[in-house]
Ligand binder design. Structure first.
Ligand SMILES: [Zn+2]
Ligand SMILES: [Zn+2]
Length: 260
């Protein structure tokens, strides 16, 4: 029996970090919180920093890498990152940086982590699909649009963490300066609730059983609005799946499984 556990530890504009455990292999996707906060969150779900064998980095924006330097310094965890993003980091032992030029696949024990390119205004950006025991699990945040690459990668995944960053009306009427609004809503920005809803419906039709909406904006979204927008779309299309919203600061379960 091989346990699968995937939890977001924190999610949103202020920090993103996801814990994955597949049998004896554990790793993080992104480390956008302090080492202390990540350690505490892991502890609360029965995991620990010492079991981590890798950190996979989607991109070099601070809300995804804040804790990297301290995790590298004290825990010596290998960091898989696009070469161009890796070069932009400072204060990290270069020996721990393992270049991953997307798309790429890395095998850790029985787990394969495959990256796919995403549209985002960073030096490089990607999402991940994790394959284990005949199952696939997907991760995609900070995506301007659900491109063909994103669609191909996530299609058929059993469970998916997907960005639902902003509500279009809240962004339009909100306090952000116009250029920032344009950046967020642009092709290289973030995914809005309506687009996330349509994409969730597509995923539901391809067999996805569980979706966690993630990376919600503090200013331009609320968990209730994101949930309702997607839930309504799924109802309209008669799609049944388990839908959740990742908490900003507290661990939130995507999925826990015992695969035989
Ligand atoms: Zn970003
Ligand atoms: Zn981000």
């Amino acid at each position: 029996m091989n346990a699968v556990q995937i939890f977001t530890l924190c999610s949103g504009s202020s920090g993103n970090c996801t814990f994955c455990r597949f049998g004896n292999t554990s790793f993080l996707i992104d480390a956008g919180a302090s080492r202390r906060a990540i350690g505490k969150a892991l502890d609360s779900i029965g995991a620990s920093l010492s079991e981590l064998s890798a950190i996979f980095v989607t991109h070099e924006h601070s809300d995804h890498i804040k804790g990297l330097a301290m995790l590298a310094k004290y825990d010596k965890i290998p960091i898989y990152i696009a070469p161009v993003s890796g070069k932009s980091l400072s204060g990290i032992d270069e020996g721990l940086l393992i270049p991953m030029k997307h798309p790429a696949a890395v095998t850790l024990g029985d787990v394969t982590v495959t990256s796919f390119d995403t549209l985002h205004d960073s030096l490089s950006s990607c999402g991940f699909v994790i394959s284990y025991g005949g199952e696939r699990f997907g991760y995609a945040t900070d995506i301007g649009r659900p491109t063909q690459e994103v669609t191909d990668a996530l299609c058929g995944c059993r469970a998916v963490i997907l960005e639902a960053n902003y509500d279009k009306d809240m962004l339009r009427e909100g306090p952000y300066p116009y250029p920032l609004k344009q950046r967020i809503a642009g092709k290289y920005g973030h995914l809005d609730n309506d687009t996330a809803a349509k994409f969730c419906a597509f995923l539901g039709k391809t067999g996805t059983e569980r979706i966690l909406l993630a990376h919600l904006s503090n200013e331009n979204n609320t968990p209730a609005i994101a949930y309702e927008t997607v839930h309504q779309k799924l109802e309209e299309e008669n799609i049944t799946l388990s839908l959740g919203v990742a908490d900003r600061y507290a661990p939130t379960e995507l999925i826990t499984l015992a695969l035989c």
